[in-house]
Write a protein that binds this ligand. Structure first.
Ligand code: G6P
Ligand code: BGC
Ligand code: BGC
Length: 924
């Protein structure tokens, strides 16, 4: 077993030859020994000062304070839970950095049953000094060679191995398997590694070694491995404390207190990195000249000041500096010094541990000092023991002050007055130094009396714990693969979108020619967009979206004024008899007229009826089929204007002049066209989806005339009903279609619109839960309830701010308990589903604007698209994704998307106004 300090403590290049300049021998050296020992005495007040100041730095760092930079880093480790003992499997663990100039490889088998443990097999490899100070690639190649050498001795064959990398240096982690080295500590100084992802460096080295297929699935700090290695029976331990060559601690912090994390629930393990604590105010008074000398000669001057007072790499050196000083001043060893006494690293921790151990006795001290080339007198041995005790006692006390700061933080974080906590301890200072733990315990009890702390020594230096984290990471990595597999069909390539665009163009051409096509391309008899000369008061109805509205639209010189009222269409009416539905509509109109003082007036009425209708004229619309959950009987195949007029007829004393029936896409185009004459396309992405546009009349086979334009209602919701989209349809789309009241119909709509996206997400979540990827595989009644996952949840969940908090809030309201990984995956499912919807919608718009451009034989087309619909308006990214897809697929069209403010009711009134104006012109 190698000694702690042996190789780690390198002389810093260019360090001044005689570091002890500051160490003068007093004229009267009789008091020198007690004086030196006194320097290592730390008072209770000083320890409390350190505890308080470290706590302040911890809380500043948690809040994300940038300047002044807090004295400790508080690094999130992506370990969100302590082990629940179910982890199982064989794992390889590579430990680098915990034990200074050596690395360890372990084979750990987790049994997955509480308390069942298999002794890990391990092997330690000494790291040559030139490797610790050389190029980073050399170090990682060395590690990869050790791995192979270790595995050569085991019957692993060529099975894929999963490795957990215990890397005991300060790192910014951005994932369980992604970690960037901030700075080396503890005698390591390899070039080309700081600022790099150490997992990638190890993967590259293993690749270069090429002997075993090893997947590095997790990287953890040794403190985390120590904490996670705590026997579940005893723990769980929520603090991991390491004092080996270096020192550090980690603990489970409330995620909401960690500013850099977007989490408000659960806990996350934080690596404190207290080795860098160097608040001069707190440490200044306890820093001795020996500490300054040690730092001055170290590889990392001014860094890791706190660690250099506690870590096993430095304790021997501190003792050596004191003994060398006392020897030079003639107080010890008769003023004789030896090369070992003057050589940095000459005295190692186990020397100190042995010499200080009261049971070791003077004889052992003599033996060690003689090995160091000294000839100690009887009194020398006693003095040396005092020096060892002073250095180590201070180290244990300082460590206790730091641990007490962590305990205070836990009390704050959990708003608890008293705290019962288990601390896992690891590192050879604990193992080798007889009194370190007891001094630590005593001091913690002094500094944190309200905390009941149990110290649990980690059995194998955290190897088991690293394997636990690796098992969790492996499980998460496997889940991630299953998630990617599940979401891959939603991720459409440019080629696939271009194919949809081309197929839609083809279907448009066929539909316009009256050939079989899933796009009906229905003439709307709207031949022109408003020219601004329209005037008058009009009633408008808006049926087919989320809300049924009755509107009074006043078109005047100063513009358009709208008064409207929303009425509900209960499901039983939407799916009842046609008569009942239209009677309900007339009831709402009458109620509106009464409220607006319009009773008895017969204003021209425009009817936005957002369902596929064959129009024979502006005021004739034969309903082809219901969509969007409507299914009133005796309507399909009927002229809905007649149905409305019959309902008006059934209601005494009501007179209404139904002038026009328009589709909501047409109403939206007209409404936006009133402001922008370039607006020649109408797009709805709401409960349903559809588009219309101004087509050249010559291209509309079913309407006579070769000049001028006709607005075509594409009814693109039905695109693909002929199976042409089946290559894009996923198993979840099929489930949604199966469960709908119009199976096999509106396939394009069922991939895009608000009525269905929530259901696609719900079916995808159910599938991922059945794979055990989500919610620990727990299927809940809630999630099996149809329509319980509203499409508006996607908009909330994908909002840029508070994403994961939204996910939690929504899913917990659905009775689901979830981990932060679950929340992240649900977010990704929502993103995949809404992104596909927006891209498909964009491919559709690209097809339409390219059609218009080619119709007009233009090199470049400038056109505006009037848009309405809750999904398009409320989803945080939908509109920008649609626009991006259109730019990609129709680069020769400059497309402006105009969100309609007043809905299509205004548009219906404008169509009515145009019809009335044209009618007046023919009368005169
Ligand atoms: C607006 C229009 C309606 C249209 C609806 C679609 O409200 O006025 O005519 O049907 O948008 O969006 P929605 O999300 O309500 O289905
Ligand atoms: C490192 C820590 C590590 C500690 C104990 C310190 O030097 O910065 O990451 O946990 O040593 O090994
Ligand atoms: C209807 C269209 C309507 C669209 C948007 C679809 O279900 O078939 O007529 O334009 O929804 O509301």
């Amino acid at each position: 077993m190698d000694s702690i300090g042996s190789l780690g403590l390198q002389q810093r290049e260019g360090a001044p030859s005689c570091p002890q300049e500051g160490l003068r021998c007093p004229s009267n050296s009789s008091e020198l020994v007690p004086e030196c020992l006194q320097q290592f005495r730390v008072t209770g007040a000083q320890l409390r000062q350190i505890q308080t100041s470290l706590l302040d730095s911890m809380e500043q760092a948690l809040k994300g304070q940038a300047s002044p930079a807090p004295a400790v880093r508080m690094l999130p480790t992506y370990v969100g839970s302590t082990p629940h003992g179910t982890e199982k499997g064989d794992f390889v663990v590579l430990e680098l950095g915990a034990t200074g100039a050596s690395l360890r490889v372990l084979w750990v088998t987790l049994m997955g049953i509480e308390g069942h443990k298999m002794e890990p097999r391990s092997q330690e490899f000494m790291i040559p000094q030139e490797v610790m100070l050389g190029p980073g690639q050399q170090l990682f190649d060395f590690a990869a060679r050790c791995l192979s050498e270790f595995l050569d001795a085991l019957p692993v064959g060529n099975q894929g191995l999963q490795l957990g990398f215990s890397f005991s240096f300060p790192c910014h982690q951005t994932g369980l398997d992604k970690s960037t080295l901030i700075s080396w500590t503890k005698g390591f100084r390899c070039s080309g590694v700081e600022g790099q992802d150490v997992v990638q460096l190890l993967r590259d080295a293993i690749q270069r070694q090429g002997t075993y297929s090893i997947d590095v699935v997790a990287v953890v700090n040794d403190t985390v491995g120590t904490m996670m290695g705590c026997e579940p029976g005893v723990g769980p331990c929520e603090v991991g404390l390491v004092v080996d060559t270096g020192t550090n601690a980690c603990y489970m912090e409330e995620a909401r207190h960690v500013a850099v994390l977007d989490e408000d629930r659960g806990r996350v393990c934080i690596s404190v990195e207290w080795g860098s604590f160097s608040d001069d105010g707190a440490l200044g008074p306890v820093l001795t000249i020996f500490d300054r000398t040690l730092d001055h000669e170290s590889l990392n001057l001014g860094a890791q000041r706190f660690e250099k007072m506690i870590g096993g790499l430095y304790l021997g050196e501190l003792v050596r500096l004191v003994l060398a000083h006392l020897a030079r001043c003639g107080v010890l060893f008769g003023g004789y010094t030896s090369p070992a006494l003057l050589r940095q690293g000459g005295i190692l921790l186990e020397h100190v541990a042995e010499m200080e151990d009261p049971s070791a006795g003077a004889a052992r001290v003599h033996a060690i000092l003689q090995d160091l080339g000294l000839n100690p007198r009887a009194s020398d041995a006693e003095f040396v023991q005092h020096v060892c005790a002073a250095v180590c006692t201070r180290a244990a006390q300082l460590c206790a002050a730091a641990l007490a700061a962590v305990l205070s933080r836990l009390q704050h974080s959990r708003e608890q007055q008293t705290l019962q906590i288990a601390v896992a301890t690891g590192g050879r200072v604990f193992e080798r130094h007889p009194r370190f733990l007891s001094i630590l315990q005593e001091t913690v009890m002094l500094l944190a009396p309200e905390c009941d702390v149990s110290f649990i020594p980690s059995v194998d230096g955290g190897g088991q714990g690293v394997a636990m984290v690796t098992a969790v990471a492996a499980r998460l990595a496997a889940h991630r693969c299953l998630l990617e597999e599940t979401l891959a069909p939603f991720r459409l390539t440019r080629e696939q979108l271009a194919a949809v665009q081309a197929q839609m163009r083809e279907a448009m051409a066929k539909g316009l020619q009256g050939e079989a096509s899933s796009l009906r391309m229905l003439p709307t008899y709207v031949r022109a967009t408003p020219d601004g000369s329209e005037r008058g008061d009009f009633l408008a109805l808006d049926l087919g979206g989320t809300n049924f509205r009755v509107l009074l639209v006043r078109v005047a010189t100063g513009g358009v004024q709208i008064t409207s009222q929303i009425y509900s269409i209960p499901e039983c009416v939407a799916q009842g008899s046609g008569q009942q539905l239209f009677d309900h509509i007339v009831d709402c109109i009458v109620d509106f007229q009464e409220k607006q003082g319009l009773s008895g007036q017969s204003l021209p009425l425009g009817f936005t009826f957002s369902f596929p209708c064959t129009q024979l004229g502006l005021d004739q619309g034969i309903l082809l089929n219901w969509t969007k959950g409507f299914n009133a009987s005796d309507c399909e195949g009927q002229d809905v204007v007649c149905l409305l007029r019959e309902a008006i007829g059934r209601r005494q004393a009501v007179e209404l002049n139904v002038v026009a029936i328009v589709n909501d896409t047409v109403g939206t185009m007209m409404s936006c066209g009133y402001e922008d004459p370039h607006c020649e396309v109408g797009l709805i992405v709401g409960t349903g989806t559809n588009a219309c546009y101004m087509e050249e009349l010559r291209n509309v086979a079913s309407v006579a005339g070769d000049s001028g334009h006709m607005c075509i209602n594409m009814e693109w919701g039905a695109f693909g009903d002929d199976g042409s989209l089946s290559m894009l349809s996923t198993r979840f789309d099929a489930s949604v279609d199966q469960a709908s009241i119009n199976t096999g119909k509106q396939r394009f709509e069922k991939m895009i619109s608000g009525m269905y996206l929530g259901e696609i997400v719900r079916h995808t979540l159910l599938h991922l839960t059945s794979l055990g990827v989500l919610f620990r595989g727990q299927q809940t009644q809630h999630l099996q309830t149809r329509d319980i996952f509203k499409t508006k949840f996607l908009s909330e969940i994908e909002s840029d701010s508070l994403a994961l908090r939204q996910v939690r809030a929504i899913l917990e309201d659905l009775g689901l308990s979830l981990t932060s990984d679950d929340a992240l995956m649900v977010l990704e499912v929502c993103q995949a589903v809404s992104q596909r919807a927006a891209q498909l919608c964009g491919a559709g718009v690209a097809a339409v604007v390219e059609k218009i451009r080619e119709n007009r034989g233009l090199e470049e087309l400038t056109v505006s698209v009037g848009v309405d619909g809750t999904l398009y308006k409320l989803h945080p990214h939908f509109s920008s994704l649609v626009a991006a897809t259109v730019r990609e697929l129709a680069p020769r069209c400059v497309v402006t998307f105009l969100q309609s403010e007043d809905g299509s009711g205004k548009g219906a009134a404008l169509v009515t106004a145009v019809a009335c104006r044209l009618a007046q012109m023919t009368c005169v």
